[in-house]
Design a protein around this ligand. Sequence first.
Ligand code: F3S
Length: 389
Amino acid sequence: MYLTNEEEKALEGEYGESIATSYRVLVSLGDFLGADRLIPITSAHISGVNFANIGDEGLKFIEQMSRDGKVRVKTTLNPCGIDTENPYSLNPPEDFVKKQMMIVNFYKKLGVACTLTCVPYEHDNRPKRGEHIAWAESSASIYANSVIGAMTNRESAISSLAAAIAGKTPDAGMHKPENRRPGIVVSVDREAAPKNVTEFGLLGLFAGRLTQKPIGFRGLNKPDRFQLKALGAGIGTSGSSPMFILSDSRLAGLEEIPYTAREKQEIIESTSKVSEPQMVLLGCPFYTLEEVRRLTKLLSGKKTILDFYLHISRSVYEKAYKENLIKKLRDSGVRVLKDVCPSLTPIGKWNGKENVLTDSPKGSFYMRTALGYRVGVLDIETLAREYAK
Ligand code: F3S
């Protein structure tokens, strides 16, 4: 890969160890992807922050990078394992809180905006169409490519941090217009068309298994942003496709894979079930302000009969607080949590509850595989109807 003189110097350590490490990561990645150069990015979003999944090794790496590193572009951060303003609220072990806070503080030292959100595009980090960015968190990078029209590969925790410090990324993959064309089309039958956000997540799970290339969809009737968010989250969970495309004009002549009532039933049955649920986890990906409004309305005048946990970013929390939504949700029995990922953080284990319901197919996958919960998936209307009276 061609490097400029400045990039060569950075790689050789002339500007410090962290930037040299970052360039080593980017050059290896660029060689692997077949890039011939690095290109500047306008923003980064980093995923390696939850102590529950990066552990001591991850903590050590971030500490090392923070010794002399600084990010060069606007950089936001994924959710972690505690509410950083109220760290003991979910009964985490003391050692977990200590190490989680260390990780967040190392990121602050690096200059990262500690937004602790997996929907950075909502308020905290809003790229424009055509901008080159380096985003980790599969649901966010797929949303950025597919809905916003920004250009990013599905970065890892390490490559997104390296890109943030260098302010650059390899010119390959989704940064090349020729790679942003769909490889196949999922043709959705009228009777299988998803009816709610959860069903869009299930369709995403089905489609994500089919190809590593962008996925075209035919037969979806003007989905809203929240349905698209769930579609991308499902795709990101079951495979490595980086983007979906709905525009009919770009789908002509491609192999069509049917999604009929049969495929829909199979994907519903592949998500696990739970008897005797003990808690409801909402917000994977984090709820947006509009989704918080909708939940408040669904629960209006009711009390939950299971523990409901709602996960949102602090920027959404502040806005929801001003609209009095947080109080209304609390009055309905919902615990509203900032900063915390519900699907990779053992909140249930810390509180003796491992039978879980969620509205998120992505969430159910990780709660089952990473946390060992028994998980059932129901849409939010059903959850509000059946588990709040
Ligand atoms: Fe967000 Fe955690 Fe789900 S980071 S997308 S809530 S797995």
